[in-house]
Design a protein around this ligand. Structure first.
Ligand SMILES: NC(=O)c1ccc[n+]([C@@H]2O[C@H](COP(=O)([O-])OP(=O)(O)OC[C@H]3O[C@@H](n4cnc5c(N)ncnc54)[C@H](O)[C@@H]3O)[C@@H](O)[C@H]2O)c1
Length: 253
């Protein structure tokens, strides 16, 4: 089944790498213009270049999603370039903890909450008026299976992803009658730089990560991209406020 999109422009944050890059490429494959947003200019420009090289249309915008001025200007520039933003995938996120709750630092708390929660909130704050003005749109935020349940030794991260789901559900209700849908995607462990950084020191942990998924492996970035595109597509017109686990069965336990 091919997906249909009545919109023309997709914006992706955290587009320089991992899940964000794969989703930006997937939107472009469907013929959408892509605004690739990231703090990492080299990687973000690389994603835009990959899309242009494949015959698509893409623009990279450097933006720190924790800074209101950056996010506001990023949305102004996106609309100036392509006239509208039909789909927004708020995906930029970080994970830096390694210990139990009492071992965490205030700096870690502020950094994780800053990108994962404030970043998503700021992006939606400036995307929703654009979507209201153009008559509709769809937003997907990246939560995690750590937004649906406990994540031992990642308590701040888990709290941040539960907050993403809270923002998602509340915005979905607030804008439901305005033709704007807001959903979240909840990946389990996905093979990205984030995963490799976390497991490079101990290969046994990587093996364990595979076995903890009922399907016997970790996920691929393309599998998250497919879920995001579905949630944005016309086929999901009746789906809003949903948190979609894409997790190889992890949350079925
Ligand atoms: N990889 C996994 O196993 C996994 C599992 C569940 C959820 N997630 C979530 O998926 C999302 C993407 O993760 P990934 O695995 O692709 O990670 P990644 O590290 O490969 O990519 C994250 C991107 O976000 C960008 N970024 C970080 N801080 C930013 C900021 N302040 N402003 C703008 N951009 C910023 C980074 O430069 C990077 O390009 C994150 O929200 C993460 O929490 C990942």
């Amino acid at each position: 089944m091919s997906m249909t999109f009545s919109g023309q422009v997709a914006l992706v944050t955290g587009a320089a790498a991992g899940i964000g890059r794969a989703t930006a490429l997937a939107f472009a494959e469907q013929g959408l213009k892509v605004v690739a947003v990231d703090l990492d200019a080299e990687g973000g420009e690389g994603t835009a270049e990959l899309i242009r090289h494949a015959g698509g249309e893409a623009l990279f915008l450097r933006c720190d999603v924790t800074r209101e001025g950056d996010v506001q200007q990023m949305m102004v520039n996106a609309v100036e370039a392509y006239g509208r933003v039909d789909y927004a995938f708020n995906n930029a996120g970080i994970e830096i903890e390694k210990g139990r709750l009492a071992e965490g630092s205030e700096a870690e708390f502020d950094a994780i909450m800053g990108v994962n929660v404030k970043g998503v909130w700021l992006c939606m704050k400036y995307q929703l008026p654009v979507m209201l003005a153009q008559g509709g749109g769809a937003i997907v935020n990246t939560a995690s299976v750590a937004g649906l349940g406990a994540a031992p030794k990642m308590s701040i991260y888990a709290a941040s992803k539960h907050a993403v789901i809270g923002l998602t559900k509340s915005a979905a209700i607030e804008y439901a009658k305005k033709q704007i849908r807001v959903n979240a995607v909840c990946p389990a462990v996905i093979d990205t730089d984030m995963f490799r950084r976390a497991h490079e020191a101990d290969p046994r942990k990587a093996e364990f990560a595979a076995t903890m998924h009922p399907v016997g492996r970790i996920g691929k970035v393309e599998e998250i991209a497919a879920a995001v595109l579905y949630l944005c597509s016309d086929g999901a017109a009746f789906t809003t406020g949903h948190s979609l686990a894409v997790d190889g069965g992890v949350t079925a336990f």
